[in-house]
Design a protein around this ligand. Structure first.
Ligand SMILES: CC(C)(COP(=O)(O)OP(=O)(O)OC[C@H]1O[C@@H](n2cnc3c(N)ncnc32)[C@H](O)[C@@H]1OP(=O)(O)O)[C@@H](O)C(=O)NCCC(=O)NCCS
Length: 320
């Protein structure tokens, strides 16, 4: 299609935001997967985060229909979606080229749909990251805590006491996953202020055979759970609200201090969190894990989790 016109800006008028949200809803219905992630949707509605929005229109007239939408954040991460009736007319290619020209280094394909895969390949892009969404139903007996290896015990996170120790173990456990490993006290405090935050479901495993200078047991590992559900459009709300369609819980972050890795903690640690969620009445447990995190993938598969979706980031191939 030769008459696709794109317009990029960092803030959109309410009418344009509504048009984009309606388009995203149509695409979600048609594709069975949300094309725009929560973070981008928040940026769209709040206008914050330095995200640039590109809108594709059918032609030059100011009243032309919206055909597609792309977003690019300052880290180089982009997403794009084309209205289902406007597909296979070159809109996706125009939007993809627009975000790549503007500096996108990775374009998300939620669900890695065949059309996205074909479009990315036709522009010479390759998969650079895979994010697995895994889930499993809560089964009878899941509410019983598994036993930890000898010398370890579990207790809930205590706000005001455990922040620094947790940040340190998180940093070390996720040294090769900077997105998670670089979390600061400010980020942690922000999360602790969210509706869903529940210290009782933020489990800390301590080495009871040792004590630090202050007399505390060193923190060996943690399992932070989250209870939240998303509606079809991905609005997040508390799982125990009346709106909750089925009760979902999440294995939010699991980490083992490197000094304690390889000592059989991962399995029971996962089980402690899923047992906590089961006791809260959760019926399905989900989690997100990077495809290159083979040890975590193996742990979760052993715990009965299966892929519900795989999201792929496409980018330019790096020189060998
Ligand atoms: C992926 C998506 C953006 C493609 O949008 P589009 O406007 O239909 O794509 P285009 O018309 O520009 O297609 C460009 C090329 O992609 C490939 N392609 C696109 N859709 C395809 C399909 N259904 N089957 C096979 N190839 C396809 C083709 O190579 C096509 O070139 P051609 O038409 O000359 O053969 C659209 O399907 C969409 O919005 N999907 C949901 C969101 C998503 O997955 N986004 C991630 C994009 S990386």
């Amino acid at each position: 299609m030769s008459d696709v016109r794109t317009e990029t800006s960092t803030s959109l008028e309410q009418g344009a935001v509504d048009d984009v949200l309606a388009l995203v809803r149509r695409a979600t219905d048609a594709d069975g997967v949300e094309a725009v992630s929560e973070a981008f949707r928040i940026a769209l509605t709040s206008g914050r985060g330095g995200v640039s929005h590109t809108l594709a229109y059918a032609g030059p007239s100011p009243s032309a229909d919206l055909l597609g939408y792309a977003a690019l954040d300052p880290s180089g991460s982009a997403e794009l979606v084309v209205d289902p009736p406007a597909r296979r007319r070159g809109v996706g290619r125009a939007l993809l080229r627009s975000v790549l020209d503007a500096g996108a280094t990775g374009v998300w394909a939620h669900g890695d749909l065949p059309a996205a895969r074909a479009l990315a390949a036709s522009e010479g892009l390759v998969p650079t990251r895979e994010l697995h969404v895994m889930e499993r139903p809560v089964r009878e007996g899941d509410d019983v805590d598994p036993e930890l290896p000898a010398g370890f015990s579990v207790r809930p996170f205590e706000p005001g006491r455990d922040e620094q120790a947790w940040l340190e173990v998180n940093r070390l456990a996720f040294a090769s996953h900077p997105e998670q490993g670089s979390i600061t006290l400010e980020d942690l405090t922000e999360r602790m202020g969210q509706d869903w935050f529940d210290p009782a479901g933020f489990l800390l495993v301590e080495d009871t055979t040792a004590t630090s200078d202050g007399g505390a047991h060193p923190l060996a590992a943690f399992h932070w759970t989250k209870r939240e559900v998303r509606s079809a459009m991905g609005r997040a709300h508390a799982a125990n609200s009346d709106e909750g369609a089925g009760r979902r819980g999440e294995v939010y972050v699991v980490g083992v201090h490197p000094a304690y890795q390889g000592r059989g903690l991962a399995g029971p640690l996962t089980g402690l969190g899923t047992a906590y969620l089961a006791r809260q009445g959760v019926t399905t447990i989900e989690l997100y894990v990077d495809g290159d995190n083979t040890r975590a993938l193996a742990t979760y598969r052993r715990a009965g989790f299966e892929d519900a979706a795989v999201h792929v980031v496409y980018g330019r191939p790096t020189a060998p």
